[in-house]
Design a protein around this ligand. Sequence first.
Ligand code: FE
Length: 198
Amino acid sequence: MAFELPPLPYAYDALSPYISEQTLHLHHDKHHQTYVTNLNNLTKDSPLADASLEEVIKQAAGDAGKVGIFNNAAQVWNHTFFWQCLKKDGGGDLPAELEKRVVADFGSVDKFKEELTQAALTQFGSGWAWLYVDGDKLKVGKTGNADSPLAHGHKPLFTIDVWEHAYYVDFQNRRADFVKAVIDKLANWEFAAEQLAA
Ligand code: FE
């Protein structure tokens, strides 16, 4: 069975003005779709074609012969996850259980948001900023290109795509403004809390 592009979990204009309809059409319909198409082409007629996306990522991670498969599979997963991390009228307070864990591991919600912002701004070139679970601790980190905490045995809770294609139409080179808008106006902390509970 071929890998498929899941629809966005909201309307194309839902995240406007921070992430425009034009950006969502390009980012989801073109970039995300391309990773799906590439992954299908690369896994066609191989046992990986019938594996779950998570299984493909785990099997291809660190395998020099499967770099292309890893990059496309991880980008399919990362984007599907990223869409769910956003919502109209997001941002604001963290759900109670997530807040408790954030305060325990970062000191305060503000400190967590600062660390997440720093991770997003200091990722050199393309990549992702993350909140994830490592063992029994919440951590903030960044990964380059397609890499993800999932490939390192960690459980992602939240991510921000900091590839230029994520923000260039709406913010040009101002990654900091994009990251601030995601954290303050679009973050779906309920989704992150659901991942923590799952
Ligand atoms: Fe992207």
